[in-house]
Ligand binder design. Structure first.
Ligand code: ADP
Ligand code: ZN
Length: 290
Protein backbone atom coordinates (compact mmCIF):
# COMPACT_ATOMS: atom_id res chain seq x y z
CA UNK A 1 0.00 0.00 0.00
CA UNK A 2 1.23 3.48 -0.88
CA UNK A 3 0.09 6.95 0.10
CA UNK A 4 0.45 9.94 -2.20
CA UNK A 5 1.34 13.52 -1.30
CA UNK A 6 1.01 16.70 -3.35
CA UNK A 7 2.43 19.88 -1.89
CA UNK A 8 1.09 22.41 -4.36
CA UNK A 9 3.02 25.67 -3.98
CA UNK A 10 3.12 28.87 -5.97
CA UNK A 11 6.51 28.06 -7.47
CA UNK A 12 6.59 24.27 -7.49
CA UNK A 13 4.52 21.15 -6.89
CA UNK A 14 6.27 18.51 -4.81
CA UNK A 15 4.84 15.03 -5.35
CA UNK A 16 5.79 12.05 -3.20
CA UNK A 17 4.70 8.55 -2.32
CA UNK A 18 5.21 6.93 1.04
CA UNK A 19 4.77 3.44 2.44
CA UNK A 20 2.54 2.31 5.32
CA UNK A 21 5.03 3.74 7.83
CA UNK A 22 4.90 7.00 5.85
CA UNK A 23 8.52 6.68 4.81
CA UNK A 24 9.05 8.73 1.66
CA UNK A 25 9.99 6.35 -1.17
CA UNK A 26 9.88 8.62 -4.23
CA UNK A 27 9.71 12.34 -4.60
CA UNK A 28 9.69 14.69 -7.60
CA UNK A 29 9.10 18.42 -8.12
CA UNK A 30 7.46 20.18 -11.04
CA UNK A 31 7.34 23.93 -11.68
CA UNK A 32 3.98 25.63 -11.17
CA UNK A 33 3.10 26.89 -14.64
CA UNK A 34 -0.44 26.34 -15.96
CA UNK A 35 -2.77 23.53 -14.82
CA UNK A 36 -2.65 21.61 -18.12
CA UNK A 37 1.13 21.37 -17.98
CA UNK A 38 1.80 21.00 -14.24
CA UNK A 39 -1.07 18.59 -13.61
CA UNK A 40 -0.06 16.36 -16.55
CA UNK A 41 3.28 15.84 -14.75
CA UNK A 42 1.60 15.27 -11.39
CA UNK A 43 -0.76 12.67 -12.87
CA UNK A 44 2.07 10.92 -14.76
CA UNK A 45 4.05 10.72 -11.50
CA UNK A 46 1.24 8.97 -9.60
CA UNK A 47 0.25 6.72 -12.54
CA UNK A 48 3.52 4.85 -11.94
CA UNK A 49 2.21 3.81 -8.52
CA UNK A 50 -1.49 3.59 -9.33
CA UNK A 51 -2.01 -0.09 -8.50
CA UNK A 52 -0.69 0.35 -4.93
CA UNK A 53 -2.01 3.84 -4.22
CA UNK A 54 -4.74 3.90 -1.54
CA UNK A 55 -5.07 7.61 -0.74
CA UNK A 56 -3.79 11.03 -1.75
CA UNK A 57 -3.24 14.07 0.48
CA UNK A 58 -3.11 17.52 -1.11
CA UNK A 59 -1.87 20.70 0.55
CA UNK A 60 -2.48 23.54 -1.86
CA UNK A 61 -1.79 27.24 -2.21
CA UNK A 62 -5.03 29.11 -2.03
CA UNK A 63 -7.49 30.40 -1.28
CA UNK A 64 -9.22 27.05 -1.76
CA UNK A 65 -12.76 25.73 -1.21
CA UNK A 66 -12.75 23.32 1.73
CA UNK A 67 -16.51 22.88 2.23
CA UNK A 68 -17.55 19.37 1.25
CA UNK A 69 -21.15 20.42 0.52
CA UNK A 70 -20.05 23.25 -1.76
CA UNK A 71 -20.38 22.78 -5.56
CA UNK A 72 -16.82 24.08 -5.87
CA UNK A 73 -15.33 21.89 -3.10
CA UNK A 74 -11.78 20.96 -4.05
CA UNK A 75 -11.25 24.04 -6.21
CA UNK A 76 -8.51 26.63 -5.96
CA UNK A 77 -10.69 29.76 -5.93
CA UNK A 78 -9.68 33.44 -6.03
CA UNK A 79 -5.90 33.07 -6.34
CA UNK A 80 -3.96 35.91 -7.97
CA UNK A 81 -2.41 33.17 -10.17
CA UNK A 82 -4.89 33.64 -13.00
CA UNK A 83 -4.38 30.28 -14.73
CA UNK A 84 -5.34 28.50 -11.49
CA UNK A 85 -8.42 30.54 -10.64
CA UNK A 86 -11.47 28.30 -10.16
CA UNK A 87 -9.42 25.20 -10.90
CA UNK A 88 -11.00 21.89 -9.86
CA UNK A 89 -7.90 20.30 -8.32
CA UNK A 90 -9.57 17.46 -6.38
CA UNK A 91 -11.82 16.73 -9.37
CA UNK A 92 -8.79 16.41 -11.66
CA UNK A 93 -7.21 13.87 -9.30
CA UNK A 94 -10.45 11.95 -8.72
CA UNK A 95 -10.96 11.64 -12.48
CA UNK A 96 -7.63 9.81 -12.77
CA UNK A 97 -7.41 7.91 -9.47
CA UNK A 98 -10.26 6.15 -7.72
CA UNK A 99 -8.87 6.66 -4.20
CA UNK A 100 -9.94 9.00 -1.37
CA UNK A 101 -8.38 12.45 -1.52
CA UNK A 102 -7.65 14.69 1.49
CA UNK A 103 -7.72 18.39 0.66
CA UNK A 104 -6.39 21.30 2.68
CA UNK A 105 -4.13 24.34 2.47
CA UNK A 106 -0.36 24.02 2.05
CA UNK A 107 0.25 25.51 5.48
CA UNK A 108 -2.38 23.30 7.16
CA UNK A 109 -0.58 20.30 5.64
CA UNK A 110 2.72 21.47 7.13
CA UNK A 111 1.00 22.06 10.47
CA UNK A 112 -0.35 18.51 10.32
CA UNK A 113 3.10 17.10 9.56
CA UNK A 114 4.50 18.79 12.66
CA UNK A 115 1.43 17.73 14.68
CA UNK A 116 1.88 14.06 13.82
CA UNK A 117 5.68 13.77 13.61
CA UNK A 118 7.34 16.99 14.76
CA UNK A 119 7.17 19.60 17.49
CA UNK A 120 3.40 19.16 17.82
CA UNK A 121 3.60 15.43 18.54
CA UNK A 122 1.56 14.58 21.64
CA UNK A 123 0.20 18.13 21.96
CA UNK A 124 -3.44 19.24 21.56
CA UNK A 125 -3.02 22.59 19.92
CA UNK A 126 -0.49 23.51 17.24
CA UNK A 127 -0.10 26.63 15.11
CA UNK A 128 2.23 26.68 12.12
CA UNK A 129 3.32 29.74 10.13
CA UNK A 130 5.33 29.82 6.96
CA UNK A 131 7.26 33.01 6.26
CA UNK A 132 8.37 32.57 2.68
CA UNK A 133 7.14 33.93 -0.65
CA UNK A 134 3.99 34.77 1.29
CA UNK A 135 2.99 34.35 4.91
CA UNK A 136 0.46 31.66 5.78
CA UNK A 137 -0.79 30.17 9.01
CA UNK A 138 -2.69 27.06 10.03
CA UNK A 139 -3.99 25.84 13.37
CA UNK A 140 -4.86 22.36 14.66
CA UNK A 141 -6.99 21.75 17.72
CA UNK A 142 -7.22 18.13 18.91
CA UNK A 143 -6.53 16.72 15.45
CA UNK A 144 -8.92 19.03 13.57
CA UNK A 145 -8.04 22.08 11.49
CA UNK A 146 -9.42 25.31 12.90
CA UNK A 147 -11.79 26.68 10.25
CA UNK A 148 -15.23 28.17 9.76
CA UNK A 149 -16.75 29.66 6.60
CA UNK A 150 -13.25 29.09 5.14
CA UNK A 151 -9.69 28.29 6.17
CA UNK A 152 -7.73 30.89 8.15
CA UNK A 153 -5.69 33.55 6.33
CA UNK A 154 -3.49 34.45 9.26
CA UNK A 155 -0.67 35.79 7.09
CA UNK A 156 -2.74 38.88 6.30
CA UNK A 157 -3.24 39.95 9.92
CA UNK A 158 -2.56 43.62 10.59
CA UNK A 159 0.58 44.54 12.46
CA UNK A 160 1.90 47.85 13.77
CA UNK A 161 4.67 49.24 11.52
CA UNK A 162 8.05 49.48 13.26
CA UNK A 163 9.12 53.08 13.90
CA UNK A 164 12.41 52.56 12.02
CA UNK A 165 10.74 51.04 8.96
CA UNK A 166 9.64 53.37 6.17
CA UNK A 167 8.59 50.53 3.81
CA UNK A 168 4.91 50.76 2.88
CA UNK A 169 4.33 47.06 2.23
CA UNK A 170 3.58 45.10 -0.94
CA UNK A 171 0.42 43.10 -0.29
CA UNK A 172 -1.82 43.73 -3.33
CA UNK A 173 -4.87 43.74 -1.04
CA UNK A 174 -3.74 45.39 2.20
CA UNK A 175 -0.34 46.97 1.63
CA UNK A 176 1.23 46.71 5.07
CA UNK A 177 -0.33 43.54 6.50
CA UNK A 178 2.08 40.94 7.93
CA UNK A 179 2.69 39.33 4.53
CA UNK A 180 3.10 42.75 2.89
CA UNK A 181 5.79 43.72 5.41
CA UNK A 182 7.57 40.51 6.38
CA UNK A 183 7.46 37.91 3.57
CA UNK A 184 10.59 37.26 1.48
CA UNK A 185 9.59 39.52 -1.44
CA UNK A 186 8.94 42.45 0.94
CA UNK A 187 12.47 42.05 2.33
CA UNK A 188 13.91 41.95 -1.18
CA UNK A 189 12.00 45.04 -2.34
CA UNK A 190 12.89 46.96 0.81
CA UNK A 191 16.62 46.17 0.86
CA UNK A 192 17.31 45.55 -2.82
CA UNK A 193 18.71 42.07 -2.21
CA UNK A 194 17.45 38.62 -1.37
CA UNK A 195 16.85 37.80 2.30
CA UNK A 196 19.48 35.07 2.11
CA UNK A 197 22.08 37.72 1.20
CA UNK A 198 21.25 40.07 4.09
CA UNK A 199 23.93 39.52 6.77
CA UNK A 200 23.01 38.65 10.34
CA UNK A 201 24.44 42.01 11.48
CA UNK A 202 21.94 44.01 9.38
CA UNK A 203 19.65 46.05 11.69
CA UNK A 204 16.70 45.11 9.47
CA UNK A 205 16.49 41.71 11.16
CA UNK A 206 15.37 43.39 14.40
CA UNK A 207 12.45 44.89 12.46
CA UNK A 208 11.63 41.54 10.83
CA UNK A 209 11.73 39.84 14.24
CA UNK A 210 9.37 42.50 15.63
CA UNK A 211 6.81 41.73 12.90
CA UNK A 212 7.04 38.00 13.44
CA UNK A 213 6.82 38.54 17.21
CA UNK A 214 3.65 40.60 16.76
CA UNK A 215 2.20 37.67 14.83
CA UNK A 216 3.17 35.25 17.62
CA UNK A 217 1.81 37.68 20.24
CA UNK A 218 -1.57 37.92 18.46
CA UNK A 219 -1.68 34.15 18.05
CA UNK A 220 -0.89 33.59 21.72
CA UNK A 221 -3.65 35.91 22.86
CA UNK A 222 -6.24 34.42 20.49
CA UNK A 223 -5.54 30.70 20.69
CA UNK A 224 -3.11 29.98 23.56
CA UNK A 225 -1.73 27.05 21.56
CA UNK A 226 0.76 24.56 22.99
CA UNK A 227 3.37 25.43 20.38
CA UNK A 228 3.91 27.92 17.55
CA UNK A 229 6.11 26.64 14.73
CA UNK A 230 7.76 29.14 12.36
CA UNK A 231 8.84 27.74 9.00
CA UNK A 232 9.49 29.04 5.47
CA UNK A 233 12.55 30.46 3.75
CA UNK A 234 12.93 33.56 5.93
CA UNK A 235 13.21 31.41 9.07
CA UNK A 236 16.33 29.84 7.53
CA UNK A 237 18.05 32.82 9.16
CA UNK A 238 19.40 30.85 12.11
CA UNK A 239 19.48 33.87 14.44
CA UNK A 240 15.86 34.82 13.78
CA UNK A 241 14.09 32.58 16.27
CA UNK A 242 16.13 34.03 19.19
CA UNK A 243 15.35 37.56 18.01
CA UNK A 244 11.65 36.64 17.87
CA UNK A 245 11.85 35.31 21.45
CA UNK A 246 13.29 38.64 22.63
CA UNK A 247 10.79 40.77 20.72
CA UNK A 248 7.90 38.59 21.93
CA UNK A 249 9.00 38.97 25.56
CA UNK A 250 9.12 42.76 25.11
CA UNK A 251 5.63 42.84 23.59
CA UNK A 252 3.97 40.47 26.05
CA UNK A 253 5.32 42.25 29.13
CA UNK A 254 4.65 39.18 31.24
CA UNK A 255 0.87 39.36 30.73
CA UNK A 256 0.46 35.71 29.64
CA UNK A 257 2.70 33.05 31.11
CA UNK A 258 3.53 30.89 28.09
CA UNK A 259 5.52 27.64 28.05
CA UNK A 260 9.30 28.25 27.98
CA UNK A 261 10.05 30.11 24.75
CA UNK A 262 12.61 27.53 23.60
CA UNK A 263 9.74 25.03 23.42
CA UNK A 264 6.91 27.42 22.57
CA UNK A 265 8.30 29.35 19.56
CA UNK A 266 10.30 26.94 17.41
CA UNK A 267 11.34 26.17 13.85
CA UNK A 268 9.99 22.97 12.21
CA UNK A 269 11.38 19.69 13.50
CA UNK A 270 10.75 18.23 10.04
CA UNK A 271 12.50 21.18 8.36
CA UNK A 272 11.46 21.19 4.69
CA UNK A 273 9.58 17.87 4.97
CA UNK A 274 6.68 19.13 7.11
CA UNK A 275 4.33 19.64 4.14
CA UNK A 276 5.03 16.30 2.49
CA UNK A 277 4.81 14.40 5.79
CA UNK A 278 1.55 16.18 6.59
CA UNK A 279 0.05 15.29 3.19
CA UNK A 280 1.07 11.65 3.62
CA UNK A 281 -0.47 11.54 7.10
CA UNK A 282 -3.66 13.12 5.75
CA UNK A 283 -3.71 10.59 2.90
CA UNK A 284 -3.45 7.77 5.45
CA UNK A 285 -6.19 9.33 7.59
CA UNK A 286 -8.59 9.69 4.65
CA UNK A 287 -7.79 6.20 3.34
CA UNK A 288 -8.37 4.57 6.75
CA UNK A 289 -11.67 6.39 7.27
CA UNK A 290 -12.98 5.64 3.76
P1 ADP B 1 7.62 29.24 -0.76
O1 ADP B 1 7.07 30.22 0.24
O2 ADP B 1 7.59 29.77 -2.15
O3 ADP B 1 7.06 27.87 -0.61
P2 ADP B 1 10.12 29.38 0.77
O4 ADP B 1 9.45 29.04 2.06
O5 ADP B 1 11.45 28.76 0.49
O6 ADP B 1 9.21 29.06 -0.47
O7 ADP B 1 10.28 30.95 0.75
C1 ADP B 1 10.93 31.62 -0.28
C2 ADP B 1 11.24 33.04 0.20
O8 ADP B 1 12.13 32.98 1.32
C3 ADP B 1 11.94 33.89 -0.86
O9 ADP B 1 11.38 35.20 -0.83
C4 ADP B 1 13.39 33.89 -0.41
O10 ADP B 1 14.05 35.08 -0.79
C5 ADP B 1 13.29 33.79 1.08
N1 ADP B 1 14.44 33.09 1.66
C6 ADP B 1 14.94 31.89 1.31
N2 ADP B 1 16.04 31.57 2.03
C7 ADP B 1 16.24 32.62 2.87
C8 ADP B 1 17.22 32.91 3.89
N3 ADP B 1 18.22 32.07 4.16
N4 ADP B 1 17.09 34.07 4.55
C9 ADP B 1 16.09 34.93 4.29
N5 ADP B 1 15.15 34.73 3.33
C10 ADP B 1 15.24 33.59 2.63
ZN1 ZN C 1 -2.50 41.21 2.93
Amino acid sequence: MLYGSIEAGGTKFVCAVGNEDLEILHRESFPTTVPAETMAKVIAFFKKFETELVGIGIGSFGPIDIHEESPTYGYITSTPKLAWQNYDFVGAMKKEFSVPVAWTTDVNAAAYGEYVFGHGKGLDSVVYYTIGTGVGGGAIQKGQFVEGFSHPEMGHMLIVPHEDDSYKGNCPFHGNCLEGMAAGPAIEKRLGKKGADVPESDPFWTIEADYIAQCVYNTTLMLSPDVIILGGGVMKQQHMVKKVHEAFTNLMKGYVKTPSLDEYIVTPALEDNAGTMGCLALARKVALSA
